[in-house]
Design a binder for this molecule. Structure first.
Ligand code: PLP
Length: 397
C-alpha cells in the first residue's frame, strides 16, 4: 500500500508541503520512521512530549484506564476518578485561587471556555488580546489570534476584540470597565519566543484587578516545565484569574483545560445550566495519561536542569548565519535572515535526523523545543546537525 499517496488523497491537507514522514514508533526523544531511520524530536510534537514519547508509566496508565473504562457519559455528570485525581494533582501545584479545573479536548476549546467564562463573570463582552498571539484555530480563538493574514479569510469573527502590542502601555490603557478579559501569554510562543517585562505583567495584573477584568494566561505551550518552572507565570510573580493548559497536559493524549477559582467557575452551572458542554473533554484515558506524565515530570530532575541545558545549547549554536537566538528555557527561536534560509536549513536538519520547524508568525525563526529529558550529549548532537545543515544548505552568513 502506498501510504504517502493515500495520505495526500484521503487526509485533509492544510499545507501544500507537509513534512510527510511516515513514522512507526516514538520513544524518549526519538522518532523512528518505517525504514528504521532515527530522528531526534527537536520540537516535542509542538511542546506536547515534554517528558519524551511513550514513557512506560504513561503507557501503563493508558492501558490500565482503557481496560477499566473509556468514555462513559458527557462531561461533568459521573465521578470519573482519573479526572478527579488529575484535577487534584494539578490544583495542588497551583495557587489557591486556581482550584477548579474544566477539562476540554484541546487548547482552543480551553480558550473558548475561558472567554465564555469571562463574559459570564463580568457581564461584559470586550476582549483584549495581542499582536502575534496564537490561542487556537476555532472561530473564537481565531478572533483573538494576533495576525490579520490568518484571521481575514474567516471573517466575520467575534466582535469587540482589540489587539495591542505585547508589552505596550497602550494595551494597559485600553483595559476599561467594558472589558471582560485580557488574554495573554507569559512568553509569546508563535511570535518566536518573545518575552515581555515582569513590570509590564505586574501592571497588567493591577489594571485587570482595578477594572474587574479577568486576566487569562495561556500556558498551553509554556506550561509543564518548558521554561524551567512548572508554569511560566511562577517566574513573573503574578497569578492569573484563569489559566489555559493543553499540549503536554495530556501526556501525549488529547486534553486541554481552563482553570479558575471554584467561585468563578460556578457561573457555568446556571442561567443557562451546562454553560459549556463537551462530550469527550476530560476523557478518562487522557486524564490518566496526563496525570502519569505530570507525576514523572515532578519526580524527575529535568525541570531543574532546563536553564543549564538552555545555556549549553545556545553556546553550541554559534554561526554567522544565526542572527539571534531568543529563548525561554528549553524553548528557542533561532533566527535566520529569511524564511527561505530557514526552510532550507530545516529541510537539511530533517534529512540528517532532527525534526524541527518554524514559527507561525516568525517564519524566519527555527523552532527548538526538545523533550525536557534530553541529555547534554544529545543537545550537542542537535546543535551539530543544525550547524551542518546550515553548511549543507549553502548558507554562509
Ligand atoms: N495556545 C497556544 C499558545 C498554542 O500554542 C496552541 C496550539 O498551538 C493553542 C493555544 C491551541 O491549542 P490546540 O491546538 O490544542 O487547540
Amino acid at each position: 500500500m502506498n501510504y504517502r499517496q493515500l495520505f495526500l488523497q484521503h487526509i485533509a491537507q492544510t499545507s501544500p508541503t507537509p513534512i510527510g514522514l511516515h513514522m512507526q514508533r516514538a520513544h524518549g526523544i526519538y522518532l523512528f520512521d518505517v525504514n528504521g531511520k532515527e530522528y531526534i524530536d527537536g520540537i516535542s510534537g509542538f511542546s506536547v512530549a515534554n517528558i519524551g514519547h511513550s514513557h512506560p508509566k504513561v503507557v501503563n496508565a493508558v492501558q490500565q484506564q482503557a481496560s477499566e473504562y473509556m468514555h462513559l457519559i458527557v462531561y461533568g455528570e459521573f465521578i470519573q476518578q482519573p479526572q478527579v485525581a488529575y484535577a487534584k494533582l494539578l490544583t495542588d501545584h497551583l495557587p489557591a485561587t486556581l482550584n477548579c479545573v474544566y477539562f476540554t479536548n484541546s487548547g482552543a476549546e480551553a480558550a473558548e471556555g475561558a472567554m465564555k467564562l469571562a463574559k459570564r463573570i463580568t457581564g461584559r463582552t470586550k476582549i483584549i488580546a495581542f499582536h502575534n498571539a496564537y490561542h487556537g484555530s476555532t472561530q473564537g480563538a481565531l478572533s483573538i489570534m494576533g495576525n490579520e493574514y490568518w484571521r481575514n479569510a474567516y471573517r466575520p469573527l467575534l466582535p469587540e476584540v482589540y489587539h495591542y502590542e505585547y508589552g505596550s502601555a497602550e494595551a494597559l490603557q485600553a483595559i476599561d470597565a467594558q472589558t471582560a478579559c485580557v488574554m495573554v501569554e507569559m512568553v509569546q510562543a508563535e511570535a518566536g519566543i518573545v518575552k515581555t517585562s515582569n513590570e509590564w505583567l505586574h501592571a497588567l495584573r493591577e489594571q485587570c484587578t482595578a477594572k474587574g477584568v479577568l486576566l487569562i494566561a495561556d500556558e498551553i505551550q509554556s506550561g509543564f516545565g518548558r521554561t524551567g518552572t512548572l508554569w511560566a507565570f511562577e517566574q513573573t510573580g503574578i497569578v492569573p484569574d484563569v489559566l489555559l493548559l493543553g499540549k503536554a497536559l495530556g501526556g501525549g493524549m488529547p486534553l486541554g483545560a481552563f482553570i479558575a477559582s471554584r467561585k468563578n467557575m460556578h457561573a457555568l452551572t446556571h442561567h443557562p445550566v451546562l454553560g459549556h458542554i463537551t462530550t469527550f473533554g476530560g476523557h478518562p484515558v487522557s486524564c490518566a495519561a496526563g496525570k502519569a506524565a505530570l507525576e514523572v515530570l515532578l519526580d524527575q530532575h529535568w525541570m531543574k536542569e532546563v536553564k543549564e541545558k538552555e545555556t549549553f545549547l545556545k553556546e553550541q549554536l554559534q554561526h554567522k548565519a544565526i542572527k539571534a537566538i531568543r529563548s525561554a528555557g528549553l524553548w528557542m527561536a533561532i533566527e535566520f535572515d529569511s524564511f527561505e534560509t530557514n526552510q532550507k536549513v530545516i529541510h537539511h536538519c530533517i534529512q540528517q535526523g532532527l525534526i524541527t520547524d518554524w514559527f507561525l508568525f516568525r517564519p524566519q525563526a527555527m523552532r527548538i523545543a526538545p523533550p525536557l529529558c534530553i541529555q547534554k550529549k544529545e543537545l550537542k548532537k542537535m546543535a551539530n546537525i543544525i550547524l551542518q545543515s546550515i553548511a549543507d544548505a549553502g548558507i554562509h552568513a
